[in-house]
Design a protein. Structure first.
Lengths: 519, 447
């Protein structure tokens, strides 16, 4: 196997350098003459204090220039449709095309959120039904679709915990939110935003929550615990029932980070494990495209006790009038976490995905994703320089975390280098240096949507990279060679003296530099 | 299974305690084939009446604008659509460069130095902006206009509730709708973290006292946050030119469809001072070079502010944002260019003025309520017709297949029976005339 992948290398200029004066890529309808006459020059009616004096320095391009520019940029990008994308914790499964097609229908795309309810019964039915299905899948009592992403759901979940303790007159006392040291970074960040102090509990030698440490950490200050299960090592927290008891007995609430829900659909449910709040990453588990960073959707499911605090509006069904409606009448609601009702175009794709899969399809997706991860555990354990930390011999769930610490010690080739070299083979890299409890971590999540041959190709590529590391470490350390660009200077990108976060910032810096050089 | 030595997949779930196992199938509909899914979803969607099926005059934070075919086409490029956050920059240059160009264009529109690569929407961007102000100056109050969008206010309150902040509302001038400057002076103090205004305002009028507001805010060393509708920035002065510290807004009207209110696109930009940039929430893309120094390239910058590095000390928990919507906006702005954006603003303003003129001629109707210049939305007051907005709109919809504006009589009872109408470049003159004619018919009826 040779690293034969070649990504386009267009050296495409920044768009501000393209085009020419007076070019336009789009025309607008003109205003009727008599309307123009009647209204006059509108710019004149604007007070001077608020009139734009200089036109914005946007580029001027024809339509074909714009389309070529962005087509070239897309060719310098790698998506699930380009190849294997085993980014751990991100569940980069295939995004079925039918769902995109349906989301483009004018019955959704041209629907305004403030339309009267009688004109939007179709979309309300879809959203209502989806929320019922998500409640069933997660084993919760009520689902709210409003959050825009997983982290947004986490923030809302943490705010609901806060609201619940406040209601019990406990919010000043219950100030601590517990997270394990293996948690996603969003957990402590969301907890802090919701006003909690973060208490970190260590993992035990099995990579799961250390019950002794947890018991020592809980107190009357405990607001709750945020825990993903299976955890970020891909290991199922088998003590989850006891963990739930410890938290509940201390008066806290249990939060489920849904990033890893894909592994357990149809097998077990967060609600049945004792979780009180659950967020769902729609763009992970339910196969909606991630768009290079978003949009996603992060609905949350809650137990009965917390439902009254959910944001407004909730989508409801009136059985008497046989009508769907937006329910704003929730006096104890925490309010809103965004405008309108959520990422509807993303949620519609998830609705179509669940329709395609059915109960058995979802369960099978979970099974195959777990099978694939365990196949990789077996195969990658045989590679020189790779080791599987924690709970050897225990099955992994949807993902596995390897450490290349031995390789790093013996050859100087680090996890980041392995990741970069994989790109040359036309494979996306796993998540690196996460979870933090593993040194030189490669966190690998194959998902269910990959054939065995491709898994073998991935294994073979890593085996070769290992060979390369032990024979010619510099080859790996200087990778990639076949991507659009070679390794970037990330320090320069963030240094106050060289940082350019916009074209304007870059140009101003050049002006200063030029002036300085004249002096 | 052979390779890993198991006979049944269920063995891989042996560590899930039996008592927690779901011992039945999930209660979901049976799996459908692709064509059945299509038929089923299309049937449900056909129960909706969209803005394509009836002239609709709704805006209020989600605005109907034409989306050029080239934008939709680029959105379908699956290398962009199906990629994740660009953690491996060498293989993600396309997305990174597009997002850098997005940030750059937002900076040009708002006259700010730095922008992030998106927030969820305007409302959450406001929550994040006020939290950022508190990180900068460690104060406890924020001032917002009384005529703020109620959903944005609700979101702001949710975002700052854990900080135990006090949100104060600045009164408005009953004649013009503009901020009551005397009242603002009284409210701003050494406790004020930020003063926030919307331009154009929620009710469509343009806040022209921007220089005074900036001065009052900065006199007390508070931060000045301005929320914008970017389609206005071809003709309206950008916030950076009146000394705003943070500019936020809604990017949806730039090349993104309505989608029943989501996804939206939160704009977020700030001045170039290091202490501001360091406190910015969200992902930021920077321009850099290769390690060899031979080529320009792009990567995520200032990651040490973000949750995956800084964890509980991060400036925000945001991770997934609205990247693809940001790219749509970039394509849209590239197609329009500076002259297109100005023309767009002028067309919208001309048409909305025409609509105001037509509606204001009707007996008992006042459009707009306030005397200031308006951009694309305006208030229509029906008090003197003796009818309620709700009744009028219901008749418009049922008898004339026209969807009126947003009924705001409950949001702002002091404004009486008032509705918020929106006119963009998508509303033809015929549609506006039809609205006027139909309204006249509805108002002329006895009951």
């Amino acid at each position: 196997m040779k690293p034969l992948y070649r990504q386009a290398q267009w050296n495409e200029p920044v768009i501000f350098k393209l085009g020419g004066k007076g070019r336009r890529g789009c025309t607008l309808p003109t205003v009727d003459d008599d309307v123009g006459k009647l209204v006059g020059n509108v710019a004149d009616t604007l007070p001077k204090s608020i009139r734009r004096s200089q036109r914005p320095r946007l580029p001027e391009l024809s339509e074909v220039e714009v389309v070529r520019h962005f087509t070239r940029l897309s060719q310098m990008n790698y998506g699930v449709d380009s190849g294997f994308y085993p980014l751990g914790s991100c569940t980069m499964k295939y995004n079925p095309k039918i769902n995109d097609l349906l989301a483009g229908a004018t019955g959704l795309s041209e629907l305004h959120p403030d339309q009267s309810e009688e004109t939007v019964q179709g979309i309300l039915e879809i959203l209502y039904t989806l929320s019922q299905w998500l409640a069933e899948i997660t084993g919760t009592d009520e689902v709210c679709l409003q959050p825009s992403a997983g982290a947004h759901g986490e923030l809302l979940g943490a705010l609901l915990m806060r609201a619940c303790h406040k209601r019990n007159g406990d919010s000043d006392k219950r100030t601590e939110l517990i997270v394990p040291d293996s948690a996603h970074g969003t957990n402590p960040a969301s907890g802090t935003m919701a006003g909690f102090k973060i208490v970190v509990v260590p993992s035990n030698s099995n990579g799961t929550v250390d019950l002794k440490a947890l018991k020592a950490a809980v107190s009357e200050k405990t607001a709750g615990l945020m825990l993903t299960n299976p955890n970020t090592l891909g290991i199922f927290e088998e003590d989850i029932a006891e963990i739930a008891d410890i938290i509940h007995e201390a008066g806290g609430l249990l939060y489920y980070d849904g990033a890893n829900l894909n592994a357990i659909m149809g097998k077990t449910r967060p609600g049945d494990m004792g979780y009180d709040v659950v967020h769902i990453n729609i763009h992970k588990t339910f196969g909606t495209p991630h768009g290079g960073g978003g949009p996603g959707a992060g609905p949350i499911g809650v137990c009965k006790e917390l439902a009254k605090f959910l944001p407004v509006p909730q989508i409801a069904y009136d059985t008497k009038r046989k009508r769907y409606h937006l329910d704003y009448n929730r006096p104890e609601s925490v309010g809103k976490v965004r405008g309108f009702y959520g990422s509807v175009a993303v949620l519609l794709r998830a609705f179509a995905y669940i329709l395609s899969m059915g109960a058995e399809g979802l369960e099978e997706a979970a099974e195959i994703s777990v099978l694939n991860a365990n196949y990789l555990v077996k195969k990658l354990s045989e590679i020189r320089g790779f080791e599987l930390p924690y709970a050897k011999g225990r099955p992994r769930k949807h993902e596995c975390v390897f450490s290349v610490k031995p390789m790093s010690k013996e050859t100087g080739v680090r996890a980041a280098d392995v990741a970069k070299r994989l790109l040359d083979y036309g494979l996306h890299s796993p998540t690196t240096y996460f979870p933090l409890v593993v040194e030189e971590a490669l966190m690998i999540e194959p998902t269910e949507s990959i054939e065995k041959e491709e898994l073998d190709r991935f294994v073979e590529a890593l085996r070769q990279i290992s060979d390369e590391a032990y024979s010619d470490p510099n080859l790996v350390k200087n990778a990639p060679y076949n991507a659009a660009i070679t390794r970037l200077d990330e320090v320069k990108a963030s240094h106050p003296k060289t940082m350019a976060l916009s074209w304007r910032m870059h140009q101003n810096r050049n002006v200063i530099k030029a002036a300085a050089s004249k002096v | 299974m052979q390779q890993i030595g198991i006979k049944a997949i269920d063995e891989l779930y042996s560590d899930v305690p039996q008592k927690l196992r779901l011992k039945r199938k999930l209660n979901l509909p049976k799996a459908m084939s692709e064509q059945e899914v299509k038929k089923h979803v299309e049937a449900l969607l056909s129960k909706n009446t969209s803005t394509r099926d009836m002239p609709t005059f709704l805006g209020a934070g989600c605005w109907p604008h034409y989306v050029p075919a080239a934008v939709d086409n680029i959105m379908q490029r699956s290398e962009l659509l199906t990629s994740y956050t660009p953690y491996q920059p060498e293989i993600s240059q396309g997305m990174l460069q597009a997002l850098f160009e997005y940030q750059s264009m937002i900076c040009e529109l708002t006259a700010m130095d730095a922008a992030n690569s998106s927030m969820y929407d305007w409302a959450s961007a406001l929550g994040e902006a006020v939290r950022m102000a508190v990180r900068v100056n460690n104060r406890t109050e924020a001032i917002v206009p009384k005529l703020i969008h109620p959903e944005r206010l609700a979101t702001l309150q949710t975002y700052v509730e854990p900080l135990k902040m006090h949100i104060r509302k600045a009164e408005y001038n009953r004649e013009t709708g503009l901020i009551n400057i005397e009242n603002l002076k009284q409210l701003v103090s050494n406790k004020t973290a930020a003063v926030y205004i919307e331009n154009p305002s929620y009710l469509g009028f343009i806040e022209s006292q921007v220089n005074e507001i900036a001065e009052i805010t900065h006199d007390r060393r508070a931060l000045f946050i301005v929320g914008v509708d970017p389609t206005s920035l071809g003709i309206l002065k950008p916030p950076g030119d009146y000394d705003a510290d943070i500019a936020i807004g809604e990017g949806q009207p730039l090349g993104n469809h309505l989608n029943y209110g989501g996804p939206l696109l939160g704009l977020f930009a700030c001045k170039g001072e290091t202490e501001l940039i360091r406190q910015m929430p969200g992902r930021v893309i920077g321009m850099t070079t290769t390690l060899k120094g031979d080529k320009t390239g792009f990567c995520m910058a200032l990651q040490t502010r973000e949750q995956h590095i800084r964890r509980e000390r991060a400036t925000s928990n945001i991770c997934t944002n609205e990247a693809l919507c940001a790219v749509a906006s970039t394509v849209y702005l590239a197609l329009l260019g500076p002259d297109g954006l100005r023309e767009l603003g002028e067309t919208i303003m001309t048409r909305s003025q025409y609509a105001m003129h037509k509606l204001n001629q009707m007996a008992g109707v006042k459009a707009p309520l306030f005397s200031s210049a308006h951009f694309k939305e305006f208030t229509v007051n029906f008090d003197k017709t003796g009818k309620k907005v709700h009744t009028i709109h219901e008749a418009l919809l049922k008898q004339h297949k026209i969807h009126g504006g947003k009924d705001i009589s409950k949001e702002f009872p002091e404004l009486g029976q008032t509705s918020l109408y929106c006119i963009t470049e998508t509303h033809s003159r015929n549609e506006i005339d039809r609205l006027a004619k139909s309204l006249k018919a509805v108002l002329g009826r006895k009951r």
